[in-house]
Design a protein around this ligand. Structure first.
Ligand code: NDP
Ligand SMILES: N[C@@H](CC=O)C(=O)O
Ligand code: NA
Length: 432
């Protein structure tokens, strides 16, 4: 057996404590796979005063990152502290010191990923980030290696555990948004600031990483159109259910020819769609490849041990590469120039809920507007409100262009019979 490999951990929170636990508990298996024992030599924390239980006794804690980044005995730096600029600076410094890096940080990888991967290749170092997308599901490896021979044309992912937990609990248990969010925070699923979860930014970061790898083009976070779940109401969930749909926050990346579209939004999927039954903090990524057809990868998307499993598996790969002398190849330069679809080219179905005056001519006025913009309707539901003075009208369109649909929304806003547009959601139909 070769000499011990040393790891420096940046962060000792939910994921960091899980990483230490797995390394300690699976020591024999890891040593067998890597061909050398592994030890977490030092851990960076922001405060030495916290009570960290017995786990902390097995390693050395520091508040000075250089104790890790400049320690010649540390082979791999595992970044699980979160945040943006500081985490990126530490990763860059680690790579410049010739250390390999494993991270769970999608915030950094979505924005600075290509820059850091370039540094890693130049330094002949590895940089792996499996835990950054869909926690414990080995999805990045699946796309890059498992489907390397195929041409991926569509990915749809429930890639945020917090929002999936909230939507599931609101839909199935009738619980309140605020209560479930607090619980997701207590369970360690949410980010330090959960705004990134509920407003869709966390999922946007993940789908931009998936799109970049799956379509082999550099997709930026700015290329992702994003909306979150903070304004989803229990009425929306109830009407969706009544019309045969389940609401999920879904990251969607589609390639048609050379053009792509990437977005994140609360999306209605038919009850029988495989993504509809992915509940609570679980994640799933549906991937369509031209040759393989439909595939779906399911598992826990957040939480201590599932996320730590992905981190430690990356660590195993790095250390194996190091032993074989083949590090420095973790980045594949994207093959294609990015070409984004226009709103005339993006096609989808939509769910629309409006309050309208309940009087003669209302429906005629509405259908005229839909018709003038080439929007045809697949489903219609009308419910009287306020003792018949108002009508709650819910429609699901056939597949239409985003441009036509947005023009309809603008026209409806100015229409006399429309009192208020209550909500509007992208709706998925067929699988591929
Ligand atoms: N939680 C999850 O389920 C998942 C998390 N991730 C990602 O993993 C990363 C870590 O998440 P998580 O473990 O939940 O985060 P936590 O907030 O639980 O832990 C963060 C840790 O990093 C330390 N830390 C933070 N900032 C600094 C700093 N500036 N200097 C020194 N130490 C610092 C904290 O120190 P102290 O203990 O002293 O406060 C803490 O130990 C994030 O990038 C997150 O997005 C990815 C997938 C799933
Ligand atoms: N906050 C994230 C954690 C994993 O990336 C989530 O809820 O999915
Ligand atoms: Na993963």
């Amino acid at each position: 057996m070769a000499q011990q490999m040393n790891v420096g951990l940046l962060g000792f929170g939910t994921v960091g404590t899980g990483v230490l636990e797995i390394i300690e508990q699976h020591q024999d298996k890891l040593a067998h796979q890597i061909g050398a024992p592994v030890k977490v030599k030092k851990v960076l924390v922001s405060s030495l005063d916290k009570d960290r239980g017995p786990a902390a006794a097995h390693t050395e804690l520091t508040t000075n990152a250089d104790d890790i980044l400049l320690d010649d005995d540390i082979d791999v730096v595992v970044e699980v502290m979160g945040g943006m600029e500081q985490a990126r600076d530490y990763m860059k410094k680690a790579l410049e010191q010739g250390k390999h890096v494993v991270t769970a940080n999608k915030d950094v990888m979505a924005v600075y990923g290509s820059e850091l991967l370039k540094t890693a290749n130049e330094q002949k170092c590895d940089l792996f980030y499996e835990a950054s997308v869909a926690g414990g599901i080995p999805i990045l490896r699946t796309i890059v290696e498992g489907l390397a021979s195929d041409r991926i044309t569509k990915m749809m992912g429930i890639v945020n555990g917090t929002t999936n937990y909230i939507l599931t609990q609101m839909t199935k248990e009738g619980r309140l948004y605020e209560d479930v969010l607090k619980e997701a925070q207590a369970l360690g699923y949410a980010e330090a600031d959960p705004t990134a979860d509920v407003e869709g930014l966390d999922a946007a970061r993940k789908i931009s990483i998936l799109g970049t790898l799956g379509f082999s083009m550099n997709l930026d976070l700015d290329d992702v159109s994003v909306s979150g779940i903070s304004s989803v109401t229990s009425q929306d969930l109830q009407y969706s259910k009544q019309l045969g749909y389940t609401m999920k926050l879904i990251g969607i990346a589609v390639r048609d020819g050379d053009k792509v579209e990437v977005s994140v939004q609360p999306t209605l999927v038919p009850h029988e769609h495989p993504l509809a039954s992915v509940d609570d903090e679980f994640n799933a990524v549906y991937v369509y490849g031209e040759a393989v057809g439909e595939t779906m990868f399911y598992g826990p998307g957040a939480g201590k041990l599932p996320t730590a499993t992905a981190v430690v598996s990356d660590l195993v790969e790095v250390l194996k590469n190091k032993r074989l002398g083949v590090t420095g190849n973790s980045a594949i330069i994207p093959q294609f120039e990015k070409q984004l679809k226009t709103d005339e080219e993006i096609r989808s179905k939509y769910f629309l809920r409006i309050h309208a005056k309940d009087k003669r001519g209302t429906f005629a006025a509405l259908t005229r507007i839909f018709d003038e913009h080439n929007v045809s309707l697949e489903k219609i539901l009308q419910v009287p409100l306020n003792e018949g003075r108002l009508a709650e009208i819910i429609v699901v369109t056939h597949e239409v262009t985003k441009k036509d649909y947005e023009e309809v929304l603008e026209r409806l806003q100015d229409e006399d019979v429309v009192v208020e547009i209550k909500s509007s959601y992208r709706t998925e139909g067929d699988m591929s």
